[in-house]
Design a protein around this ligand. Structure first.
Ligand SMILES: [Zn+2]
Length: 58
């Protein structure tokens, strides 16, 4: 039986919602997570924790 190659894990960037800089990249499992990722992360430009939202990696 041939293995099915499904892209379950996707690389995404985490963008700061305060300064709109992309500070992090992470992997997202599309089978487990639905909708946009939103995480509180440290932004070194704002020098504090801000909300980071998932965006596409180029
Ligand atoms: Zn920021």
């Amino acid at each position: 039986m041939a293995k099915q190659k499904k892209k379950a894990v996707e690389l995404v960037a985490l963008q700061c919602t305060e300064c709109n800089r992309r500070n992090y990249t992470t992997k997202k499992n599309k089978q487990n997570l639905q909708g946009k990722l939103e995480l509180k992360k440290y932004c070194r430009f704002d020098r504090r924790h801000t909300l980071h939202r998932e965006t596409k990696v180029k």
